[in-house]
Design a protein around this ligand. Sequence first.
Ligand SMILES: *Cc1c(COP(=O)(O)O)cnc(C)c1O
Length: 537
Amino acid sequence: MDINALVRDNIKSMSAYSTARNETTATNGIFLDANESPFNNGYNRYPDPQQMKLKSVVSKIKNVPVESIFAGNGSDEAIDILIRVFCIPGTDNIISVLPTYGMYKVAAAVNNVEYREVALNDDFSLDSGKLLSAADSNSKLIFLCSPNNPTGNLLDKIAVLEVVKNFSGVVVVDEAYIDFSEDSGFVSKIGEFQNLVVLQTLSKAWGMAALRVGFAFSGKEIISYMNNVKYPYNINSFSQEFALKLIIKGNNEHTATIIGERKRLSDSLKSVKCVKKVYSSSANFLLVKFADSVNVFNILNGKGIIVRDRSSQFGCSNTLRITVGKKSDNDLLLAILNGESSGLVLPLIDLKRVTKETSVSVKIDVFGNMVSSVSTGIPFFDHMLEQIALHSGFTMDIDVFGDIEVDTHHIIEDTAIVLGEAIKEAFSNGRINNRYGFALPMDESKAEVLIDAGGRSFLMWNLMFSAPYIGGIESDMFRHFFDTLSRSMKATIHITATGSNDHHLIESVFKCFSRALKMALYPGANDYRIQSSKGLI
Ligand SMILES: *Cc1c(COP(=O)(O)O)cnc(C)c1O
């Protein structure tokens, strides 16, 4: 097939913008060619316009030459660029199926290109003959999505190949979800069929939706036209570097978890009363038909679970598209659908405090669905706070800016203020007036922490350090930290600990404190309530 004959004349005759870096082979030296700032802050230089490092790693993983890879600002960029390379606005047309991913239609409309839709069969399988019969001499592109969004099914390979072989234009197979399927997809076929383009993305299985990186795989001609049309620096350097890092780290474990959860969720949903049908899925979501999808959507939404209503899509009446989450997410979803959920999901607690010295942001997710992250600029303090994130059962994101050279004191104190207020808010979910305690051994150290979240601030501090500093922090700052915390939490905290190693001593205190908190926030916390003659206090 002559790809050149399909390309718009203006695209064939243009030459791509030549960047300063395209015009030199130097990799070293003093660069005075691109009007950049010479002051290094990590981002003062333009990124690699051809993303060579990223592509060479992808080339090895996918077993395709670098010249067969286009890297875009998400695969959405590739969709738009393919239309701009091949379709004359107002004259040419694109064909796709129904229901499918909405971006093909939007990108066609933006480019003033006619968009033809051919319905999939009732079971969402592809009728290649019907699809091909919608084509005429102005049909330049066919978009197929496999596994399809929002239906989740893989399209039959033979039917897709039928289209590739018999269409006189370019066939784009969007494999955004291929890593979740049992199929290897069509990347290995790009050498065989010049008119085949395969789209993949880092946004789904690879977990990098925020970085906006997607790929098109095809023969050299098509890729070279796409590169001519794209913005010269279409992927910023942070995304290039971070994507490379995460790709090398790998995604197999998470993908396997999602595939396992998909099976479990699908099986469990089938026995939920209001569920009419769970469509089989090769992606990381399930299309589910309900007796009354609007009602289910509203119930889930009211309890903090947001799913996608796909009812208005062709052939999808009364359906919701549910992304497969972590085990705990899916458990909560199932519990709500089965009418067994204990109540509303707590909103994320999100507090910020900015003073002249520091800026402190604390987020707490009582249900532990967030990934914890602690960054105060003081490594040993981070290490201690991480104990709270690890042992309290909730997850938290603590981000503190401040000048550690002059302000260790402020950083620790202000963190305690905001963290304490956040914990107080978590307590306030109907579980105040509870007393909890925990004891914990750690090597030669032993800690006991008792908490009374009853609204009165008080710290009993019964321990002694042998050295004036621990991990670079003045030892007394830890007493000050818990004192400040008891004030902002409005809680009575008793801490008793013994041990000869200061590091063990303070770490056991943080661990023990976190365990006591966990008891206080545990959904079955009532079991631990202390009865008194005045009733439950
Ligand atoms: C999510 C998705 C994409 C990904 O788009 P990006 O721009 O790479 O984030 C592409 N195609 C389909 C069908 C999708 O569902």
